[in-house]
Structure formats: structure tokens, C-alpha cells
Design a protein around this ligand. Structure first.
Ligand SMILES: *[C@@H]1O[C@H](CO)[C@@H](O)[C@H](O)[C@H]1NC(C)=O
Ligand SMILES: *[C@@H]1O[C@H](CO)[C@@H](O)[C@H](O)[C@H]1NC(C)=O
Length: 370
């Protein structure tokens, strides 16, 4: 333990020293008019190489220093190496055992069969995960044709399903119809108006058209198998779907449908630039189980990526009725968006009834700033 702590401290020192060095480089480059690289002071180089040498020493020492006891708690050498070249998420340090297990692999060989481990770490906030230098596992079958129809049955044997209870896509499709793998169900989603909580795609486009606000590019946060993207692709709209592989191969499904899956968790800053998106949709993955402060950052990040006049669509957001009134409505109100649609309805499944939950479906329009 003490060993690991001092090692961590050293790594921290090394990072600080590296930053000081780059800062020094930067500031002196800005100041000197001819772009000749300024010499780095000897004491900094010396300091850095001492730290590096110590790390190298400790790294080479470590495997023999504790040969048998608790191998997962010793820092894998590739983790040390990676920490040296790029930052990793601060939450990663809260899960050292998982992280060490993840980074304990043989470089330049086939990666361990451990995709659920990566998923576990990411869901615990360890994102971005460190990179690894191993070869990812693949299936032996590839789809035989381009996915011209995003509602076609997903081709079997094109994703690694060994980690799941279901070993085929058809199993996922028949287990629970609302998981997104049953294409006969997906084909009719987003098209009909059954309750006030629905916003059919046709209506969405009519609303934006009458407001002279064209939708070209959208982001579907927590978009499952990409069904929203699939439907609007037929309208020539491009949608990026963020989705996790929580219990099912959602990312593979999105890709097999010819859509764009982004494997990013809800707490990550959206990987697009400010003001480039016309529509952001949040499906049921965004709900009352997200900590309030996380939710607040999420909403303001949505605001960042939306262009003026763009839309934020909260689709079946669920919370307790009182929380919607006292917490979430005021939170959403902070954005200052125009309420194009605001519908609340009882969540009538068993947990919804038990917890007094309601759904909110809202379509909000970001104002134009000057
Ligand atoms: C989508 O693009 C295709 C090819 O350019 C065009 O034929 C079709 O009419 C477009 N559909 C819509 C809904 O704009
Ligand atoms: C929704 O649930 C509340 C509380 O259970 C109930 O008072 C209300 O009548 C319900 N509304 C509808 C439309 O069913």
C-alpha cells in the first residue's frame, strides 16, 4: 500500500514536472520572436530524468518485490507507462483493482476477453479509459451486405455475445420487446401518437419546419440500438447515437444498422463542438436516477452543443411527481428555452405506480443569442 502511494506521488510529481516543462516551452516560445526552440534549463531536465529513472526503477522492481501476494494490487507496467504520456480520468483511481485488472495484459498480443470490465470501469466514471496496446477480439463473420434497411433483422454471428445471457440477436429480440432488438417493434416506434407523451417524428419535423429551423444533425443521448437515428436517416438527417453496452450489444447493433454509435457514458462532455447540433434527444436513459449535479452539467452541455434555435427533446423523462415540480422543472427552466411541448403523464408500470412516478416529454427550443 505504502509502496503504491509513494509510486502515485511520484507519478504525480512526474506529471507536474512534465507540465512545468511544457509550460516553460510554451511561454518561452510565445515570448521569443524568432521561433528557435529555447534551451530547457538543466535543472528541469535533471529533475525530470531523476523522476523518470525512479519510476523505471520502481516499475522494474515491482514484479519481484511482491511475487505472490495480491498480484492485482501491483500497478501494471502498461498503466504506469500510459499514465506517463496521457491523463486518465480521476475516478479511475477510486477503482484500482478493476483498473489494474484491465491494464494487466500482454502488450502486442490478443487482448483479454474482458469487454464487460471496460464497461464496468466506464460506468463507474473511469472515462476515458487508458489505451491498451493489444489486438481487439473480432468475430469470424462479417455482414455480407451494406445495411440499406436499418430495420432489417440484425445479422447473426457479427458481434461477440459470449458475455451476455443471450448468445444471438434473435434471443435479445425475443426476450424483451422494449430492448430495441426486435425490429418489428422498432419499425413503428416514433411514428404514432398514442398519448400526449408521444412526439411522432412527422410532427417534430413539422414543428421545426414551421419555425424555419432545419434539422440536419442530431445527437441521441442514450439512444439504445439507434432506432431514432434509423427513422430520421430516412429523412436524410444524420444522428449520432451515444450508447453503452449495458447488458446487451447496443453499440454493435447501432453499427450493424449503418448508424453511428458513440460509446460514451452520460457523465462525459459531449464529443462535439459548441453550437453544431440542431437537435439533442434524451431518451429514458436520462432519468431521476442521475445525480442532480450530473444532470445539471449534462443539461448545460446539451445547451453548449445546440445551435441557437435548436431543439432539446426530453423523451419520457421519468421522476417522482413531486420531484418534477420541485426539482427538475426548475432545473430545466434554468436553460431559459421556449416550451414548444410540455406533457406530463403518469408512469403506469408497477414501479411507476409504486413510486408515484410521472413521465415528462418536452420539446424545448434554444433561444437565439445576439
Ligand atoms: C433524401 O435524399 C434522397 C437522395 O438525395 C432524396 O431522393 C429524398 O427525396 C430525400 N428525402 C427527404 C425526405 O428529403
Ligand atoms: C395520476 O396519478 C395520480 C396519483 O396517483 C392520480 O391522482 C391521478 O388521477 C392520475 N392521473 C391520471 C390521468 O390517471
Amino acid at each position: 500500500m505504502g509502496f503504491t502511494m509513494s509510486l502515485n506521488l511520484l507519478l504525480l510529481l512526474a506529471m507536474v514536472a512534465t507540465n512545468i516543462l511544457s509550460l516553460y516551452h510554451l511561454s518561452s516560445t510565445i515570448q521569443s520572436t524568432p521561433p528557435a526552440p529555447p534551451p530547457v534549463p538543466d535543472h528541469l531536465i535533471h529533475q525530470l530524468s531523476t523522476i523518470r529513472a525512479t519510476i523505471n526503477h520502481l516499475t522494474s522492481l515491482q514484479p519481484s518485490s511482491s511475487p505472490t501476494k495480491k498480484p492485482p494490487s501491483s500497478t501494471p507496467s502498461d498503466l504506469l507507462l500510459y499514465t506517463h504520456i496521457a491523463p486518465i480520468a480521476s475516478s479511475c483511481k477510486d477503482h484500482p483493482l478493476l483498473l489494474h485488472q484491465y491494464m494487466n495484459y500482454t502488450p502486442f498480443a490478443l487482448c483479454p476477453n474482458d469487454s464487460p470490465l471496460a464497461e464496468d470501469l466506464i460506468l463507474r466514471g473511469c472515462h476515458p479509459l487508458p489505451r491498451r496496446r493489444c489486438f481487439s477480439r473480432t468475430t469470424s463473420t462479417i455482414p455480407s451486405s451494406l445495411p440499406t434497411n436499418p430495420f432489417a433483422t440484425l445479422p447473426e454471428n457479427t458481434a461477440l455475445l459470449g458475455h451476455y445471457r443471450c448468445k444471438t440477436f434473435s434471443c435479445f429480440a425475443s426476450t424483451k420487446s422494449d430492448m430495441g432488438f426486435d425490429m418489428t417493434v422498432e419499425k413503428s416506434r416514433f411514428l404514432t401518437y398514442k398519448t400526449d407523451l408521444d412526439l411522432p417524428i412527422q410532427q417534430l419535423f413539422q414543428l421545426s419546419k414551421s419555425a424555419k429551423s432545419v434539422i440536419r444533425l442530431a445527437l441521441d443521448i442514450g439512444g439504445g440500438t439507434g432506432t431514432f437515428a434509423a427513422h430520421v436517416k430516412l429523412q436524410n438527417v444524420t444522428v449520432i447515437t451515444t450508447t453503452m453496452n449495458f447488458g446487451a450489444p447496443y453499440n454493435e447493433a447501432v453499427a450493424l444498422r449503418g448508424l453511428v454509435p458513440l460509446h460514451v457514458p452520460l457523465q462525459q462532455r459531449l464529443p462535439v463542438f459548441d453550437g453544431v447540433v440542431d437537435l439533442v434527444r434524451c431518451g429514458r436513459a436520462v432519468n431521476r436516477w442521475i445525480p442532480l449535479i450530473t444532470m445539471e452539467f449534462l443539461l448545460f452541455d446539451v445547451d453548449r452543443v445546440l445551435r441557437g434555435g435548436g431543439y432539446f427533446w426530453l423523451d419520457h423523462f421519468f421522476s417522482k411527481r413531486t420531484d418534477l415540480e420541485k426539482v427538475f422543472s426548475p432545473l430545466i427552466g434554468k436553460l431559459g428555452y421556449k416550451k414548444v411541448k410540455w406533457a406530463v403523464g403518469n408512469k403506469t408500470d408497477s414501479s411507476g405506480v409504486k413510486n408515484g412516478e410521472v413521465y415528462l416529454t418536452a420539446l424545448l427550443q434554444k433561444p437565439l443569442s445576439n
